[in-house]
Write a protein that binds this ligand. Structure first.
Ligand SMILES: NC(=O)c1ccc[n+]([C@@H]2O[C@H](COP(=O)([O-])OP(=O)(O)OC[C@H]3O[C@@H](n4cnc5c(N)ncnc54)[C@H](O)[C@@H]3O)[C@@H](O)[C@H]2O)c1
Length: 296
């Protein structure tokens, strides 16, 4: 494997450690922290959902998003957590859902229930209401259940942020079926299933805001990133179709294509070692921005 091919992923939206992606929807991803933190847990899970301690907070407040209800997939950590914290800061009540479990083909540790509880704490800090539901975006039934639980708790869903995603890497001919299928199932089909779960409710209310956290990898090709790039290109088509289908019903559908963001998807031994076996450190990653490996 050439240095370029190993390191090119640091030039792409999935893997870079610096760049525009540091700010998402105005949220500073370094605050709150992205990975494990030492904040004590405030919630316990005896089922697969937890209504946060702020249940007695009023649903409405005077902030810009006061009274709105936002649902974020993959909200346990990373970009999803940053979005959750920012929407809460703007006054929205926030529901996070996350698989909070490992998918075996994913080569880095995924989120866990403790991460979900930590995100709930960040939401609570803003004085709004929170709900966390452990669910897998690959299951339409589970996503419909998340929406049902959200409506039971808060009466509605105004905003869906479809953010859950995974990354596998490797030459196309060497990818296992699972390394291909799981990325497509989470990053593409999971976005569709999340939309399918919430759109009937939004159509009834003739209002909805759907934002997909996609990737700038949806705009180019890069070596050893076929499953990820294909999923993100697919999301663009999905978003464009859904935007046309539902615009007249008061539902907007948009995608954000971040570049590199320092999250646990990137800052982990597997990803950094793969990207640069000789120097798998976050700081080293910033020196390996190679534009030559991209095709527009
Ligand atoms: N970090 C980057 O550089 C970057 C750049 C461009 C786009 N993105 C995209 O942003 C999104 C968030 O990525 P991140 O960097 O915060 O990664 P992350 O791994 O830190 O967070 C992703 C979250 O999604 C959850 N998740 C994964 N599969 C799931 C499933 N089947 N069901 C429910 N939850 C699931 C994970 O448990 C995790 O909490 C992804 O769609 C990713 O592709 C990331």
């Amino acid at each position: 494997m050439s240095d370029v091919s190993r390191r090119q992923i640091l030039r792409t939206g999935a893997i870079g450690v610096a760049g525009l992606g540091a700010t998402v929807l105005g949220a500073n991803i370094n605050s709150p922290p992205l990975g494990a933190s030492t904040i004590p847990l405030s919630t316990t899970r005896d089922t697969n959902s937890t209504v946060a301690q702020t249940q007695d907070q009023p649903l409405r407040n005077a902030k810009p998003l006061g009274g709105q209800v936002a649902l974020i997939t993959g909200g346990a950590r990373g970009i999803g957590r940053a979005v959750a914290a920012r929407l809460a800061k703007e006054g929205a009540n926030v529901v996070i859902c996350d698989i909070a479990d490992q998918i075996s083909s994913v080569p880095y540790p995924m989120a866990n229930p403790q991460n979900m509880a930590e995100t709930v704490r960040f939401i609570e800090t803003e004085g709004v209401r929170a709900l966390s539901v452990q669910a897998d975006v690959r299951s339409r039934q589970q996503m419909e259940n998340v929406v049902k639980q959200t409506i039971d708790a808060f009466g509605k869903v105004d905003i869906l942020v479809a953010n859950a995603g995974v990354l596998t890497f490797g030459w196309l001919h060497e990818l296992s079926d699972a390394e291909w299928d799981d990325v497509i199932a989470v990053n593409l089909s999971g976005v569709a299933k999340s939309m399918q779960a919430v759109i009937p409710h939004m159509r009834e209310r003739r209002y909805g805001r759907i934002v997909v956290i996609n990737s700038c990898n949806s705009r180019f090709g890069s070596a050893q990133s076929a499953s990820y790039n294909a999923s993100k290109w697919g999301v663009l088509g999905l978003v464009k179709c859904a935007a046309v289908e539902y615009a007249k019903e008061g539902i907007t559908v948009n995608a954000i294509n971040p570049t590199g963001v320092r999250t646990p998807m990137i800052i982990n031994e597997a990803t950094l070692t793969w990207a640069d076996p000789d120097n798998p450190s976050p700081a080293a990653g910033q020196t390996h921005l190679n534009p030559e490996c991209l095709t527009q």
